[in-house]
Design a protein around this ligand. Structure first.
Ligand code: ADP
Length: 400
């Protein structure tokens, strides 16, 4: 069964076409980027190495999706596949409290998704648009929504409630939701597999460290706490997001420093984090600058690392111990230096890093004697979306 996975953002649509069922094969992937801008383009790449990048007028999401479908047909390998896309899986950022798992889309689901846009005004509307266009352009092909928040719906109230008037939760749904759920749940499952132990018996801390960063505590495969909150701004220091700050800071920015709410929002989301601390958002460049003696770069790394350490400590307490600390995403998978720095204090838990294995980005990079395992697992959110879509579409066929 051929499943198309779409990640629709405000100005780009990332796509991957999978052959599912009889194995799992990625056939084509690409991006329609800079939608609505003058220099929009479409890039696609098939597994056989066939590549294509061309400037293309993409005034809106409809035009971009049409271009994606045309590009898929253009790839020899995918030609048959695209004639028969049998399901489309959409990454949707916010599923609120309504979705604890992926959902086959019908009119009722669409209505709930539209309501949820209130909670994620930047992120959900492009996904909804993507779904609407697919429903129209691929009539009869089922669509599935896979939510970034869903895996965290297992958190107990003590973890998801803020110390705010309860009516803000009851009337306005203000609570911690958590994001990156697809990634955290995937690496938790893969970690259990690599350890050869049932997920149900494990206490895991998963660190998704990319441009966006978040950390999750899993008890028996259920997320019991996570660092992102009502929005993806809370928690760790990220590429351009501040993570945790005193909640009085944004008020001070607005009331005392005269920023508009939009300016304060931009400052916290787009101008803070690593970028704000040292002028660079990309960890590779920051590491290089620190090696060359940049104090600002070293400070940014220190702040980044210390925040992760504090969360690992907190989640170890919340879990009552930890079996494995798992790293994923751009920084987590690739930077042995950052991993090693983060894990430095955890000798007291019995954790022993094998530095040679760490430098090779090995799946398990703790020593044989280590009481806690240190791991790297490459995340694959698109594959999870393809799997969920395949499962729901196949189940629908059985019940139809
Ligand atoms: P996104 O959240 O956009 O998917 P990624 O997961 O690709 O981002 O992570 C991007 C981050 O990973 C960037 O800060 C990048 O510098 C960092 N990164 C990638 N490779 C390395 C590496 N070898 N060493 C250090 N950082 C790396």
């Amino acid at each position: 069964m051929n499943i198309l996975v779409l990640n629709s953002g405000s100005s780009s649509i990332k796509f991957q076409l999978f052959g599912m069922g009889d194995g799992e094969r990625l056939l084509v992937k690409g991006i329609a980027d800079k939608i609505g801008l003058e220099d929009s383009f479409l890039r696609s790449e098939a597994v056989n190495g066939e590549q294509n990048r061309q400037p293309m007028v993409l005034p809106d999401h409809r035009a971009a999706l049409q271009a994606v479908f045309d590009a898929l047909r253009g790839h020899e390998q995918a030609e048959e596949a695209t004639n028969g896309i049998e399901g489309v899986g959409h990454r949707v950022v916010h599923g609120g409290e309504e979705f604890g798992e992926s959902a086959l889309i019908d009119n009722d689901v669409m209505a709930i998704l539209r309501q949820l846009s209130e909670l994620a005004p930047l992120h959900n509307p492009p996904s909804i648009l993507g779904i609407e266009v697919c429903r129209e352009m691929l009539p009869g092909v089922p669509n599935v929504a896979v939510f970034d928040t869903a895996a965290h719906q297992t958190m107990p109230p003590k973890a998801y409630l803020y110390g705010l008037p309860l009516d803000l939760y009851r009337k306005h749904r203000i609570r911690k939701y958590g994001f990156h759920g697809t990634s955290h749940a995937y690496v938790a499952r893969e970690a259990a597999r690599a350890l050869g132990r049932p997920l149900a018996n494990l206490k895991l801390i998963t660190c998704h460290l990319g441009n966006g960063c978040s950390i999750t505590a899993f008890a028996g495969g259920r997320s019991i706490d996570t660092s992102m909150g009502f929005t993806p701004l809370e928690g760790l220091v990220m590429g351009t997001r501040s993570g945790d700050v005193d909640p009085a800071v944004p008020l001070y920015l607005v009331k005392d420093l005269g920023l508009s709410p939009e300016e304060a929002d931009d400052l916290l989301n787009k101008e803070s984090g690593l970028l704000g601390l040292c002028g660079t958002r990309d960890m590779r460049d920051i590491e290089a600058q620190a090696r060359q003696g940049s104090e600002a770069a070293q400070t940014a790394i220190d702040v980044f690392v210390y925040r992760v350490q504090k969360y690992i400590g907190a989640y170890t307490a919340a879990l009552g111990g930890v079996d494995a600390i798992v790293f994923t995403a751009g920084i987590g998978q690739n930077s042995s230096y950052i991993r090693s720095e983060i894990l430095r204090p955890f000798g007291y838990l019995g954790l022993r890093v094998d530095e040679a294995k760490n430098q090779q980005n090995r799946t398990i990079f703790s020593t044989g004697e280590s009481g806690v395992q240190a791991m790297t697992i490459p995340t694959d959110e698109e594959l999870v979306i393809a799997r969920d879509t395949y499962d729901l579409v196949a189940r629908r066929r059985v019940t139809a």
